[in-house]
Design a binder for this molecule. Structure first.
Ligand SMILES: Nc1ncnc2c1ncn2[C@@H]1O[C@H](COP(=O)(O)OP(=O)(O)OP(=O)(O)O)[C@@H](O)[C@H]1O
Ligand SMILES: [Mg+2]
Length: 343
């Protein structure tokens, strides 16, 4: 298995090695998402008792919450070999056939970003998921011949940040659908403590909680910030990451007390300064910020909505009174140039 496919592509080689070490391998090691874990535990146990592979599982939720990690855990708990792929990697149906026929015995197949599967490839997946068979067409036009190919048992593990972009037909073929949500600070703090152990750094309870509170409810962010705070602590000769050390590191990184970073503040500031607080379309914001729409929709907006700093309406994005408060700005009622537009 190519482990690098599992991880954040922006990591440096040494960090990549550490990231692999940070990934929990069993459901017991995976912190939080209790309902999801509880369900998976039951379904895995039942399937194993019957000597069958698990039904197909779809994981969805914002980036960095553990979809890929959970897919690995499911395969591990089922004692199945896991083959990794991602939606955009399939150019044609032959590649899908190749992936599904690679192994003779039961296996698990992971397709990341499954919402980006090409529609033709996706249609091949339907009978494969439902009846474990795939139709192969040889030759074209009047000479075309169709063959049915029986597939070995497999569990398809799909992951997506965009449940809304998956067709109903595909979604309905997943017997198990798991929604992952942002983690509360207490759970993130446990993840931070566990990661600190793996990385060999000492963090106390107050430091872990501070880091957790400022990690946008996201384990990937928590692990990344932990690595950076460790760097600051090392340079400052602090051996224990306590609250003050964490605060120092995060403040220098530009992470505020809610976990907002530079891009979040630029995003919100843009809506306020140039669009009178909104509503404004996301395309417009992406162009002004020089970012991809996908980055804004996947990475920036879900957390801002979660903490009540942004509203997504049919007319576009809008800030809230809380946004002005958080950024230390005066809301428009008390005298901004854009007041007239809002009234
Ligand atoms: N519940 C958890 N407990 C411990 N570590 C976790 C947990 N969830 C995620 N992590 C860690 O956070 C990092 C990101 O997780 P993962 O790659 O599984 O997220 P993802 O949902 O697949 O993200 P993406 O949508 O970007 O692919 C990994 O290093 C993983 O070890
Ligand atoms: Mg992933």
């Amino acid at each position: 298995m190519n482990e690098s496919r599992w991880t954040d592509p922006n990591l440096k080689p040494r960090e990549l090695e550490q990231e692999i070490g940070l990934r929990p391998k069993t459901l017991d090691d995976f912190v939080g998402q209790e309902k999801v874990k509880e369900n998976l535990r039951v379904f895995i146990q039942a399937a194993r008792q019957r000597g069958e592979v698990l039904d197909h599982v779809l994981f969805y939720g914002p980036p960095g919450l553990g979809k890929t990690t959970l897919a690995g855990i499911v395969a591990n708990e089922m004692e199945l070999e896991l083959r990794l792929s991602s939606g955009p990697a399939f150019q044609n149906s032959a590649e899908l056939v190749g992936l599904l026929t690679q192994q003779e015995g039961p296996s698990a197949v992971f397709i990341d970003e499954i919402h980006r599967l090409n529609r033709i490839v996706e249609e091949y997946l339907y009978p494969a998921m439902e009846d474990r068979r795939i139709e192969i067409v040889v030759d074209k036009g009047p000479n075309a011949r169709h063959f049915q190919l029986d597939l070995p048992p497999f569990t398809l593990l799909g992951a997506t940040t965009r449940a809304g972009m998956i067709t109903g037909a595909l979604r309905s073929r997943f017997g198990i659908v798991c929604h992952l949500d942002f983690y509360p600070p207490e759970e993130l703090a446990s993840i931070v403590v566990r990661s600190a152990g793996v990385l060999g750094v000492t963090i106390d309870a107050s430091g872990a909680l501070e880091l957790a509170r400022r990690s946008r409810g996201t384990p990937r962010a928590a692990n990344r910030l932990l690595r950076r705070v460790r760097d600051y602590a090392q340079i400052e000769n602090r051996t224990v990451l306590d609250r003050a050390t964490v605060d120092l590191g995060l403040t220098r990184l530009g992470v505020d007390h809610l976990g907002l970073e530079d891009l979040d503040r630029r995003y919100l500031g843009l809506i306020i300064d140039h669009f009178a607080g909104g509503p404004v379309g996301v395309q417009n914001l992406a162009v002004s910020l020089g970012e991809e729409v996908d980055t804004l929709e996947d990475v920036v907006e879900p957390f801002l909505i979660q903490v009540g700093l942004l509203k997504r309406t049919s007319r576009g994005r809008e800030v809230t009174p809380r946004t002005y408060d958080h950024l230390g700005l005066t809301p428009p009622e008390t005298g901004s140039a854009s007041q007239a537009e809002l009234l």
